[in-house]
Write a protein that binds this ligand. Structure first.
Ligand code: PLP
Length: 474
């Protein structure tokens, strides 16, 4: 393809994008293809000769699109959302047009300096104190990995990278049972080992870590010859929105001199609204905090905000600077690749700049508040139905429920019935939900967070859920 054909195709793609976003609500949310359908539609061997863009675009529509689950659908109530707002899509278009590789300040000063400024805008939006510095990571999983590597290195007096872990006392990291699997993975990759990830029991309505149990677990490990390294807290866990008592857990971690990391991948976005900040009291005492603007802030994947009280700890853990990566003769510059595992970095700050400016913080807050309020209204309606049981209450816009028929309940295996219900809802296509387990019980999750969702969309979920559930017991 020649560049002089580009503008025509760019216009076509822009029209297609606008139409897609404006009409995606008419499609079934979840893809209806069977395993192998797309694979079999793709030729087994690559073309030897150039093919016209018309053919490529036609196949995109005919082969790819049927196999897409519509994450931008206004009734996507599954997992957590991955919003791609219009200004974010435009910024990503420009990012791919200029395609800079932003590993060092000198490889695109605008990208580095924009990143510094955008992370500080977010810091202010979250009301974190001055002094917290931020970096954009590709994902919360990566940010958590860097935090775990930092806690490992700090605990080992910066000798782990050099000497490895062999022959040393086993390091221990503490978290609740509700954390995301990215924590387990970080522990594996850091060489700490799953057996040394200590699950502290949960307690209370928010399903958060019991601070006394945390204290006891650390003390008992010290007495038994283990080497405590850090504590990972959860604010808005994936299954039910579980949230640790941040202030009390951080106090205990500090008492034992442990590095702390807070995973607020989903719920962190909500902290731009002052009224939700009571969920993370004392957050300014954390060493490391992660949240994903690519979930609930309208900035498309990937864009993960990682804040550090003392970035020097992270840089001491990860920085490596051979001669070919040095920038001589410039003082006070930041090379963000020293803050991340990957060397190469995309220009992710641009979409934050576009989105924050295009909506303003108030515009973003309005969206989040609507999601929380509409989700709670739906919760209240379903809670009033005798054949539905709310299993966990709303944490922001997330709560869980199950269908428990009132007539002849002994006829049903509730796990099987609720699995059939979530499958039937998703096959129906008007809404999309996913499941989790609470204390071993199979439950269905509801969360609202899509940027174009309306109150009517959330209300429709009530009709779909009740109608399909009751049809299963007719
Ligand atoms: N932490 C929590 C609480 C999550 O819900 C998720 C993903 O949903 C993650 C971490 C992982 O996020 P990422 O996909 O950015 O690695």
């Amino acid at each position: 393809m020649k560049w002089d054909e580009f503008a025509g195709w760019g216009k076509k793609v822009a029209d297609w994008t606008q139409d897609y976003h404006q009409n995606v609500g008419d499609k079934p949310v979840r893809a209806r293809t069977e395993p192998g359908d797309v694979l079999n539609a793709l030729p087994a061997t690559p073309p030897e000769n150039a093919q016209p863009m018309e053919d490529i675009f036609r196949d995109f529509e005919q082969i790819v699109m049927p196999g897409i689950t519509h994450w931008q659908h206004p009734r996507f109530f599954a997992y957590f959302n991955a919003n791609a707002s219009a200004p974010s899509v435009l910024a990503e278009f420009l990012t791919s047009a200029i395609a800079p590789q932003c590993m060092l300040w000198q490889t695109s000063p605008a990208a580095t300096e924009m990143e510094t400024r955008m992370m500080d805008w977010l810091r202010q939006a979250l009301d974190l104190p001055e002094g917290f510095a931020g970096v954009i990571q590709d994902s919360a999983s990566s940010a958590t990995l860097t935090a775990v590597l930092t806690m490992r290195e700090k605990a080992l007096d910066w000798q782990g990278n050099q000497q490895g872990l062999f022959g040393k006392k086993p390091l221990r990291v503490y978290c609740s049972s509700e954390v995301h699997t990215s924590i387990d993975r970080a522990i594996w990759v850091a060489g700490i080992g799953q057996d040394n990830l200590v699950r502290v029991p949960i307690k209370g309505d928010w399903r958060g870590m019991d601070p006394e149990a945390l204290d006891n677990a650390i003390q008992s490990d010290l007495d038994s010859g283990f080497h405590p390294a850090g504590v990972i807290l959860c604010v808005g866990g994936t299954g039910t929105g579980a949230t640790d008592p941040v202030d009390r857990c951080l106090e205990i971690a500090q008492k034992h001199g442990l590095y702390t990391h807070v995973d607020a991948a989903w719920a962190g976005s909500a902290m731009i609204c002052p009224e939700y900040r009571h969920y993370w009291p004392g957050i300014d005492q954390a060493d490391s905090i992660v949240f994903n603007p690519h979930k609930w802030l309208g900035v498309q994947f990937d864009c993960c905000a990682h804040f550090l009280k003392n970035p020097d700890d992270l840089v001491q853990t990860l920085a490596i600077s051979p001669e070919y990566l040095k920038t001589h003769g410039k003082d006070g510059i930041i090379n963000y690749s020293e803050w991340t595992v990957a060397l190469g970095r995309r220009f992710r700050a641009l979409k934050l700049w576009f989105v924050i400016r295009a909506y303003g913080l108030e515009g973003l807050r309005d969206r989040l508040r609507n999601h929380v309020n509409w989700s709670r209204d739906l919760h209240d309606r379903l809670a009033a139905e005798p054949d539905f049981e709310i299993v966990t209450p709303p944490m922001w816009s997330l709560w869980t429920f199950r269908f428990v028929p009132t007539e002849n309940p002994h006829l049903y295996n509730l796990e099987d019935l609720n699995l059939r219900l979530v499958n039937a809802i998703n096959d129906d296509g008007r809404i999309y939900l996913t499941q989790t387990r609470v204390g071993g019980t199979f439950v269905i999750r509801f969360q609202a967070g899509q940027f174009e969702t309306t109150e009517e969309d959330v209300k429709m979920a009530f009709d779909v859920i009740t109608e399909i559930a009751r049809s299963l017991t007719d």
